[in-house]
Design a protein around this ligand. Structure first.
Ligand SMILES: Cc1cc2nc3c(=O)[nH]c(=O)nc-3n(C[C@H](O)[C@H](O)[C@H](O)COP(=O)(O)OP(=O)(O)OC[C@H]3O[C@@H](n4cnc5c(N)ncnc54)[C@H](O)[C@@H]3O)c2cc1C
Length: 313
């Protein structure tokens, strides 16, 4: 039902912003003039889906062999989960751990959706979505031109060019965007019960110790590895910003976290929502970028900053 909406909006006539749970997106203080397409309502979860549902994935593949991806493992069923693009990855991780299914422990504490996570190959603690995706259901939507009827199809994991916090999807690029509406994941049944739950909890505890989770933020502002003439700069974004004196620098109601210099959080007392505007956060982002630039490093944004009237992102 929700997926039909994607087909019926003549997206190329409007500025359109795709949104999952918005944990990594900064909208403008002026709001947004255009259509926001949210995948947050795609919340179905099917543990161990029946063969008929798997067959329907295979029937709608986008010029690639979803079947061989599916049969790569030792079995076609058992620890497979078919999940909507709007399901929160951290919630799924906890549910999987409770079932004794391993493979998603790293996602504990990452507040975003499965769809956005797959699209950008989010990850942590050595794990990432590309490790567990068997196939993904996508709608490839053209960004410009006359409205077309986007097609819902399945893409095998091998047809996706996975990178570090990045992925290139077949049919998408400068002219079209791949909206991930569902994913088929392969997890593993754990040999020792309770290990997945313990590892998920450990990762969350690690975050609580090192990250400023008590205040609103969008997580890491920049990718971990700044660049220098296209190659690695050799210092993490957090360490570099720390060295450049950005830790604790504030603008209006926003401040570079004193706990982690790659995070911008709201300032003020207590754990409240704070008074940061989008402009405060954007100014600080630009200030961090300028500071890095002065020492020859290029920070690559992880946070998506949405201007008031953008084209598709
Ligand atoms: C406290 C905190 C900790 C975090 N820790 C991590 C971490 O450890 N590792 C990490 O990788 N990230 C981390 N993040 C960033 C963020 O949670 C992830 O990038 C997450 O995948 C974003 O999901 P979302 O649904 O909130 O995306 P949104 O903010 O809604 O969207 C982000 C981007 O994805 C696109 N998008 C959204 N939904 C879809 C879809 N269904 N199909 C295609 N594209 C889509 C949007 O257009 C946008 O470009 C953290 C964020 C916070 C706030």
């Amino acid at each position: 039902m929700e997926r039909l909406a994607l087909r019926s909006v003549p997206v190329s006539f409007f500025s359109t912003q795709l949104l999952g749970h918005g944990s990594n997106t900064l909208f403008d203080d002026m709001g947004y003039r255009g259509v926001v397409v949210s995948t947050a309502g795609l919340r179905s979860i099917e543990w161990d889906p029946p063969p008929a549902d798997l067959a329907s994935c295979l029937d709608r593949s986008l010029g690639c062999d979803v079947g061989s991806s599916l049969h790569e493992g030792t079995e076609t069923r058992g620890s497979l989960v078919l999940v909507g693009g709007g399901v929160r990855g951290d919630v799924l991780a906890r549910m999987a751990a409770r079932r004794g299914w391993s493979g998603l422990e790293w996602a504990g504490g990452i507040p975003g959706s499965v769809g956005a996570g797959c699209r950008h190959n989010a990850g942590a603690h050595g794990g990432r979505w590309s490790d567990i995706v068997v196939a993904a259901e996508v709608v490839v939507v053209p960004k410009t031109g006359a409205p077309t009827t986007p097609r819902l199809a399945w893409v095998a994991r091998d047809a996706i060019a996975w990178g570090d916090r990045a992925a290139t999807w077949p049919g998408a690029g400068n002219d079209a965007i791949a909206v991930v509406t569902a994913a088929l994941l392969r997890l593993t049944s754990e040999a020792s019960p309770g290990r997945a739950a313990a590892a998920t909890a450990e990762h969350l505890a690690w975050r609580r110790e090192r990250q400023p989770l008590g205040r609103p933020s969008a997580g890491c502002v920049f990718r971990n590895n700044p660049k220098c003439d296209g190659t690695e700069f050799g210092e993490t974004a957090g360490a570099l910003l720390d060295r450049l004196g950005m830790r604790g620098v504030g603008r209006g109601g926003a401040v570079v976290s004193s706990e982690h210099a790659n995070w911008i959080v709201t300032s003020g007392a207590g754990d409240g929502e704070g008074t940061a505007t989008a402009a405060d956060v954007r100014d600080l982002i630009e200030e961090c970028e300028a500071a890095a630039d002065r020492v020859g490093a290029t920070l690559v944004r992880e946070v998506v900053v949405v201007p008031p009237e953008p084209a598709w992102e």
